[in-house]
Design a protein. Structure first.
Lengths: 169, 59
């Protein structure tokens, strides 16, 4: 990659990852509103809006972060399997994206319950989104710390590749 | 009279191409790996025991 494209790819990766993190914070705020608000339309509205908001914001940001991360790793000398911190970031992104996709079904069920006017408000309220948002926030912050600090540690594959590159005239 | 040492192909050293010993896996990687495996196992247990959705009003 040329330096210009590399910077563009890095900007796209940082933007999508921080966008994902910001979206999770918004979902945490929505979850807290859903659990604490005394206004019934607000509580129902929170659980109704979560499903489309997740499809339009969380899922695209998750895939954008994963995709730009792959481009960033494969297009630079960092590689995908050479450094442990890159490998852990990849695993974290894949794991959180899979959990998010599975959780979309929960968003759908919660929206259906919230849309039912006969459903009691206690049934509409759900602690699960808050719990998932907190866990997602912790995991994404760990990934951010790994990206910023880049802790030392090279894989066996990375060690071999590094030596091969040094041995080349 | 000079005594020529016997040639042994295994004695040949090629320092430029020989891979130096791997320095080992750092401690933080081991700790991270254990935590990650524990999280995945926990997630699979929750998924298999409770299913995708527990229903409204539950955690």
């Amino acid at each position: 990659m040329t330096p210009g494209i590399r910077k563009l790819a890095l900007t796209a990766h940082v933007t999508s990852t921080l966008g994902w993190l910001g979206a999770v914070v918004v979902f945490l705020a929505l979850s807290v509103i859903g659990l604490t608000s005394r206004d019934a339309p607000t509580v129902r509205g929170v659980y109704l809006v979560m499903q489309p908001a997740a499809w339009f914001v969380l899922v695209p940001f998750a895939f954008a972060s994963l995709l730009t991360g792959l481009v960033q790793a494969l297009g630079t000398n960092w590689g995908l399997f050479r450094h442990y911190w890159v490998l852990f970031k990849l695993l974290i992104a894949i794991l959180v994206t899979i959990i998010l996709l599975i959780y979309m079904e929960t968003f759908r069920v919660m929206a259906r319950v919230a849309a039912d006017p006969s459903a009691d408000l206690a049934l509409v309220r759900n602690v699960s989104p808050a719990l998932h948002a907190v866990l997602a926030l912790i995991v994404l912050l760990v990934a951010t710390v790994l990206a910023v600090y880049k802790p030392r540690g090279i894989t066996r594959y990375g060690w071999r590749k590094q030596h091969e590159q040094r041995a080349q005239p | 009279m000079m005594i020529q040492p016997e040639f042994n192909p295994q004695d040949r050293v090629t320092p430029m191409t020989e891979l130096p010993p791997y320095p080992g896996t750092p401690r933080w990687v081991k700790v991270f790996g254990i935590i990650l495996i524990a999280v995945i196992v926990l997630f699979l247990i929750v998924l298999l025991t409770h299913g995708v959705h527990r229903g409204p009003g539950h955690g």
